[in-house]
Design a binder for this molecule. Structure first.
Ligand code: ADP
Ligand code: MG
Length: 696
């Protein structure tokens, strides 16, 4: 079956080409300008755009439209309205107005608002984001929107992201102007999010309540084989997986998503999909759509896609490597370049990023804090909870030379008058492959690897954009007032590296020595999500977001509340699921098995009184003890769970779930997993790790 990919690509997207073709020239120009400059749309053109969009969508089979948004639940939301409008008694026409395109009204009361709802109205508004293309999916025209309260407070992930893009653009332009760039009108933030996931057979999945309710296995002894042979990573694709991936690619291409690379990942049944990068708000929308399609298309193949950060204990978890860079006039600003002038600009931008990540380590950590990601960070091939930066040997040597005022010996290039060594023509291969670093320079972009596989990338990018905007703002303030720019910029670069080099680390991020070393350097180690959330509304963080217009203090407080609430809800569901599985499946299954063995022993003794029953007795003794332990843990879990749930204050509740409920969950799991290894396979009520990971 050959398909014409270039014809198929973007077929369901109302993209620039379609707009150019279908909109009157003046309207197209006005819209394109709105998008390029990030301004609000001129209402007078909205009716024309809406009508063209509707005609196009109807041709693609659409009957409905929806404002598609990203509430703080972490997934996307949509409500479909038909285009129909009655004319006369029994006739309709398909209609879609500019007003309907630009603004939607929706009842916000069922979405998390973290207290913003209490003070304001229940109504929420969705506002069209013209910078992200509309598309048709399953008979509906999807319009990407931002979601906010009646009084304009952001109730979604998208609004702060859009604001952070604006903040970074403004400050980055100030820096470019200082270097004599008078032409760049807009600095583009580009992101490529590599998505990891697991695949499991649907029939097995259906038999695991933990996967169904929580997305991860809460029980399960390790399979005899894990990922130690490393035979899965980049291994040949199984037929069923290959068919799923081919379908997925086709679906994504139709949506204009540049799904580029696909391969097996480190753990058995783990895979990855990487798109070609796009502007960050589009990359965000596309990643959400990619996750949705992964789930949907897997079902078609009798499979289930697991996007949880840690579906299985003891093997790799899933992350989302967020590749981030800045582009001006088609030129990558993180490309070290060949000429000294550009190098100075590059070094200043690098210094700004190093400073941003060091100053806002806590926000970087918070942006990836999620109950699911806590099981991944610091375990099996995932970066630790400590934020640090890897720049690679070559850049590290350059930075050291700058700090000490000596020349950089790795290059023949002469020292410049300013005492800044020129960056050598950069060989991309000398940078990467420190897989243990949470934030690594990979030649011409930074890769933030702490992001969890299930997370919306909006928040990590909002933090990154805003923190870097703040560095640029401070730098521009200094440099714009400088008497001698060259001297001032050299001093600024040096001072910044001296002040922030503690965040640079090229060693093994998985090691215990690094934890000690990081503590010595005064770097934060916010182990759990709850530790991280506690730092969110720190005065310095409130100042950062509010001064750059990305989030107000009220918006931050509401988000903080939602973080804590969401964490408690997740752990609560997990604890409840464990209680149900242990008391209704595992404990009875083990009792049944014990009874069978006791029966066997009794029958054996009746026939042959001197036959040994040592095996039966030993199994019965050990299983009885473990089952009693499991039973006791269930009772304590119930109690701890009830106590936690009764705590009024969201922060206190989350802290209790984290410090009291999770440890009992671990005890219960340990007892059940041990019983699994002693119980006959035919008596075990659920598929095992071996079944789930190796029989796809
Ligand atoms: P790897 O990380 O395996 O070396 P690549 O470097 O090819 O792979 O790219 C990984 C991801 O980074 C891809 O999604 C790619 O599109 C993205 N990427 C590449 N260049 C940029 C850039 N300038 N800005 C943002 N993302 C980028
Ligand atoms: Mg990568």
């Amino acid at each position: 079956m050959t398909k014409n990919v270039s014809e198929l690509f973007g077929a369901m997207v109302f993209n620039d080409d379609v707009m150019r073709e279908r909109l009157p020239k003046e309207i197209y120009k006005s819209l394109a300008k709105t998008v390029a400059t990030g301004r609000t749309i001129d209402p007078s053109i909205a009716d024309v755009v809406a009508n063209a969009m509707k005609d196009w969508a109807v041709e693609k089979g659409a009957t409905h439209y929806t404002h598609w948004f990203q509430p703080l639940t972490g997934v996307t939301a949509e409500k479909h309205d038909a285009f129909i409008s009655p004319v006369g008694a029994c006739k309709v026409v398909m209609e879609f107005s500019g007003k309907e395109l630009i603004r939607g009204e929706s009842d916000a009361s069922s979405f998390p608002s973290g207290g913003l709802r209490a003070t304001f109205e229940a109504r929420g508004y969705t506002a069209w984001d013209p910078a992200s293309y509309a598309f048709v999916k399953d008979g509906t025209l999807y319009i990407p929107t931002a979601f906010c309260s009646y009084t304009g407070e952001a109730l979604d992930s998208k609004t702060p992201l859009l604001r952070s893009m604006d903040a970074l653009n403004t400050q980055a332009l100030r820096i470019l102007r200082l270097f004599g760039d008078t032409v760049t009108r807009h600095v583009d933030i580009t992101v490529g999010a590599e998505q990891e996931y697991f695949i499991i057979d649907k029939a097995m999945y259906d038999r695991r309540k933990d996967l169904v309710y929580t997305g991860r296995t809460l029980f399960g002894a390790p399979a005899p084989k894990g990922q130690e042979l490393e035979d899965h990573y980049f291994g040949p694709l199984k037929t069923r997986i290959a068919a799923f991936m081919a379908d997925l690619d086709e679906a994504l291409w139709k949506m204009g998503i540049n799904a580029k690379t696909k391969h097996n990942e480190a753990a058995p049944a783990q895979h990855e999909l990487a798109p070609i990068y796009a502007t960050v708000n589009i990359a965000t929308d596309q990643n959400l759509l990619t996750m949705e399609y992964m789930k949907k298309i897997a079902e078609k193949h009798g499979l289930v896609c697991l996007l949880h950060e840690k579906p299985y204990d003891g093997v790799n978890g899933s992350g989302k490597h967020n590749n981030w860079s800045l582009t001006a006039n088609g030129k990558n600003l993180l490309d070290p370049g060949k000429t000294p002038e550009e190098n100075i600009q590059f070094l200043l931008i690098l210094a700004a990023i190093v400073k941003a990540v060091d100053d806002y380590q806590d926000l970087m950590r918070i942006s990836v804090a999620h109950a699911g990601n806590d099981h991944r960070l610091g375990a099996n091939e995932a970066p630790p909870a400590i934020v640090s930066i890897f720049v690679g040997e070559e850049l590290d040597a350059v930075i050291r030379a700058i700090m000490s005022g000596t020349s950089y010996h790795g290059t023949k290039a002469p020292m410049m008058d300013l005492g800044i060594p020129t960056v050598p023509v950069f060989r991309k291969d000398t940078t990467d492959r420190n897989r243990t670093s949470p934030f690594a320079f990979t030649g011409n972009k930074f890769e933030f690897r702490m992001v969890g596989s299930s997370q919306n990338i909006a928040m990590p990018n909002t933090v990154l954009n805003t923190a870097v905007a703040e560095s640029f703002r401070q730098f521009a303030d200094v440099l714009e007032g400088a008497i001698n720019f060259d001297v001032a910029v050299a001093k600024l670069i040096k001072d910044t590296f001296v002040a922030h080099h503690r965040i640079l680390f090229d060693g093994n991020g998985y090691s215990e020595e690094w934890e000690r070393e990081a503590a010595r350097r005064g770097l934060l180690n916010l182990r759990t999500s709850v530790d991280a959330y506690n730092a969110f509304t720190d005065p310095k963080n409130v100042k950062l977001f509010s001064s750059l217009g990305v989030m107000s203090e009220a918006e931050m407080r509401s988000r903080e509340e939602i973080y804590f609430e969401n964490y408690s809800k997740i752990v609560n569901i997990e604890a409840q699921t464990m209680i149900v599985m242990a008391s209704r499946d595992y404990i009875p299954a083990v009792e049944t098995y014990i009874a069978q063995i006791a029966d066997t022993a009794a029958k054996k003794t009746a026939v042959c009184p001197d036959a040994s029953c040592a095996v039966e007795k030993d199994i019965i003794r050990r299983l009885s003890e473990l089952n009693a332990t499991a039973y006791g843990a269930v009772e304590r879990l119930r109690q701890a769970e009830t106590d936690a749930a009764s705590i009024e204050n969201a922060r206190g509740r989350a802290e209790c779930y984290c410090s009291r409920v999770l440890p009992i969950m671990a005890e219960l799991r340990a007892a059940v997993d041990q019983m699994e290894t002693l119980t006959a396979s035919k008596c075990w009520p659920v598929p095992t790790y071996g079944d789930m990971m190796f029989r796809v």
